[in-house]
Design a protein around this ligand. Structure first.
Ligand SMILES: *[C@@H]1O[C@H](CO)[C@@H](O)[C@H](O)[C@H]1NC(C)=O
Ligand SMILES: *[C@@H]1O[C@H](CO)[C@@H](O)[C@H](O)[C@H]1NC(C)=O
Ligand SMILES: *[C@@H]1O[C@H](CO)[C@@H](O)[C@H](O)[C@H]1NC(C)=O
Ligand SMILES: *[C@@H]1O[C@H](CO)[C@@H](O)[C@H](O)[C@H]1NC(C)=O
Ligand SMILES: *[C@@H]1O[C@H](CO)[C@@H](O)[C@H](O)[C@H]1NC(C)=O
Ligand SMILES: *[C@@H]1O[C@H](CO)[C@@H](O)[C@H](O)[C@H]1NC(C)=O
Length: 566
């Protein structure tokens, strides 16, 4: 939501929609009945004009601590919104409504998604179809070797964050279910002779049978020439997938993207190197480079070239303003000696991206069933820090949600096995490298951040419960293992502890005020609405009224309601 520009310190005589706020500060004490007449006066321009000067300057003393400049009109006092906005952390903007300008005030900026159907473990994951994980600023790029995003949230050089990898996969799974089928075009599959490759003198291409892959592939050798190219006529779809391997060490595949406005061309290259992402601009030749790692073996790549280009732009300081609709692929270029198959252009490829995440999780799970997080996590300035290698119950849970969907869709048992192994840290204490803590030695809790003493983060705990529920729902009955028990114990703890997260006007993110003796960590509105969305989801699979009662009360806080005081 666009905030009112602070420079608009316009004493706009903004109708402070609720006189309560004035009452708070000035004790101006208008009886409730005067409220309508106050509104009426504002709507009568003649009244203002007849008075000539319709307001006076007024000094406002804020809690006796400092002064700001206000306005007085009759007995009414007007306080600048730019002040109220910061003082109360509320939101407002000028907007047009039915042809009239009005001021729109809101207490929070976040949204609640009320579920219309019961939660389905093989369906969309919450409202993740609205997520664009790879676009986020804290995602450095999508790695070409791993096919998953690289985070810079807690370490600028970049690292793989299992929570983010799982969210990337779950958002693409959800988009696969929410969006219409993609447009798809195969450009080269080793069979068609329609792809018009331009082969310079000395270079060659041939289509041949690969006896290991049992399919026909395109073999190419550029020798020392400028490379073998393929011009694309339309090229407005920017999601590419291809199977590729190189027989020489220094091959590359480059896509030339054209900005249709400025008719500039931006190459995005994939090379046989360990480079994560680099942007170069030497002698005015700009290029973005991704390393595919070791190129000797067949590997499938699925790339969103818009994302790939924008991440290079961000790296080189050009910013991320590059609209997807303004780009098209002009041509592509093969260099070196290698083989190519299944070169496909599509408007999206959510399932490939989903399986990239699932496969990453399978590859990177350790022998304790965990997905270790390789960066230090500071929770409360020096206290309860987590050293690299920690597990997150949220990471474990979201990985389980993703892997169970991969098992459901593909039927491949290794996804199920990985999800089941992912439960192991739930039975191990945080003090012993697991994620399990107890509240007052009594209620088990699965820790998003397994600190000692525990932090009891609410949203991460609920994500871990959803992961357990997905295992219970989709695993064959005789293989569910501890999932049901862990889920039931967790739900019991949630219902017991939920009231501790209620501040009477919002929710707290964790219980550090109890375990670390710090000030409460109030949840900002998007976390508050996440809490609500999660409770509403759980209420579709557990009818205990505490879930809906708390959710409804917390929803009312978002429009300014507070619990009554004594
Ligand atoms: C759950 O979602 C899947 C995938 O969208 C769908 O095929 C299935 O019918 C859904 N099940 C129920 C009970 O709605
Ligand atoms: C979703 O996946 C199915 C199966 O792979 C595919 O047929 C469908 O086109 C996909 N839809 C989208 C929007 O990705
Ligand atoms: C590359 O550098 C040249 C000047 O050396 C500049 O004009 C051009 O805009 C740069 N290109 C990009 C894509 O940053
Ligand atoms: C820049 O591109 C031009 C045209 O493709 C080429 O002739 C020149 O050698 C390139 N310069 C560098 C430094 O790569
Ligand atoms: C690849 O390396 C070989 C040997 O080092 C060299 O002759 C050739 O020019 C290189 N090819 C490309 C496309 O860079
Ligand atoms: C190309 O795709 C087909 C169909 O999915 C697959 O059988 C074949 O192995 C793929 N080619 C390569 C080289 O992986």
């Amino acid at each position: 939501m666009a905030r009112l520009n602070l420079k608009l310190l316009l004493f706009l005589l903004i109708a402070i929609v609720s006189c309560t706020l004035i009452t708070y500060i000035f004790n101006c004490g208008h009886p409730a009945s005067s409220h309508p007449s106050f509104i009426q006066r504002l709507e009568e321009p003649s009244l203002r004009e007849s008075r000539g000067k319709f307001y006076e300057e007024l000094d406002c003393s804020i809690n006796g601590m400092y002064h700001i400049s206000c306005r007085k009109e009759g007995r009414e006092v007007f306080i600048p919104f730019s002040f109220l906005e910061k003082y109360y952390e509320v939101y407002g903007k000028l907007a047009k409504s039915k042809g009239h300008e009005q001021f729109e005030w809101s207490h929070s900026y976040s949204k609640v998604f009320k579920p219309t159907t019961p939660y389905n473990a093989s369906g969309m994951f919450m409202y993740f179809s609205n997520y664009n994980v790879e676009v986020r600023d804290r995602v450095k790029c999508v790695s070409a070797t791993e096919g998953v995003p690289v985070s810079t949230q807690w370490e600028a050089s970049g690292y793989y964050y299992p929570v983010q990898v799982a969210q990337y996969g779950l958002s693409h799974y959800s988009k696969n279910l929410s969006e219409p089928p993609p447009k798809r075009k195969i450009l080269e599959d080793g069979n068609m002779l329609t792809a018009k490759w331009q082969v310079p003198k000395g270079a060659y291409i041939k289509r041949k049978y690969d006896s290991a892959k049992l399919t026909r592939v395109l073999e190419f050798h550029s020798r020392d020439g400028p490379g073998i190219s393929l011009r694309l006529k339309q090229g407005t779809d920017l999601v590419l997938s291809f199977d590729l391997r190189f027989l020489s060490a220094n091959g590359s595949l480059t896509f030339f993207l054209e900005d249709r406005d400025r008719s500039q061309i931006f190459p995005v290259s994939f090379t046989c190197s360990s480079v994560l992402v680099e942007a170069h601009n030497s002698s005015g030749n700009y290029s973005t480079i991704y390393g595919m790692g070791d190129c000797q073996n067949w590997k499938k790549f699925t790339r969103d070239l818009h994302i790939d280009l924008v991440k290079g732009h961000v790296l080189s300081g050009r910013g991320k303003k590059l609209s997807r609709t303004k780009l098209r692929i002009h041509h592509l270029l093969l260099k070196g000696n290698g083989q190519l198959d299944n070169l496909t252009l599509a408007s999206s490829n959510h399932m490939d991206m989903f399986y990239s995440s699932a496969d990453w999780l399978v590859r990177h799970q350790d022998s304790s069933g965990g997905w270790p997080i390789g960066v230090k996590r500071k929770i409360a300035s020096g206290r309860a820090d987590l050293d690299p290698g920690w597990y997150s119950a949220m990471g474990q849970g979201q990985a389980m949600s993703l892997l169970m969907r991969a098992f459901y869709r593909s039927g491949k048992p290794h996804y199920l096995e990985s999800a089941l192994k992912g439960m192991q840290p739930f039975s191990k204490s945080s003090t012993e490298g697991g994620v399990r803590a107890y509240f007052m030695n009594q209620y088990p809790w699965y820790e998003e951040y397994p600190t000692v003493p525990p932090s009891f983060v609410l949203n991460g705990f609920i994500y871990s419960l959803i992961g357990l529920y997905d295992v219970v729902s989709l695993a064959p009955l005789n293989q569910v293992g501890d999932a049901q028990l862990l889920f039931d114990q967790g739900m019991h703890s949630l219902k017991k502890l939920l009231p501790l997260f209620d501040t009477g006007s919002g929710s707290v993110y964790d219980l550090r005020h109890f375990t670390l003796g710090l000030a409460p960590n109030i949840a900002r509105w998007d976390y508050h609405s996440t809490h609500i969305n999660q409770l509403l989801l759980l209420s579709t699979i557990d009818s205990d009224p505490i879930l809906t009662n708390v959710a409804e009360r917390w929803i009312s806080y978002m429009s300014g309601k507070r619990a009554a005081h004594n």
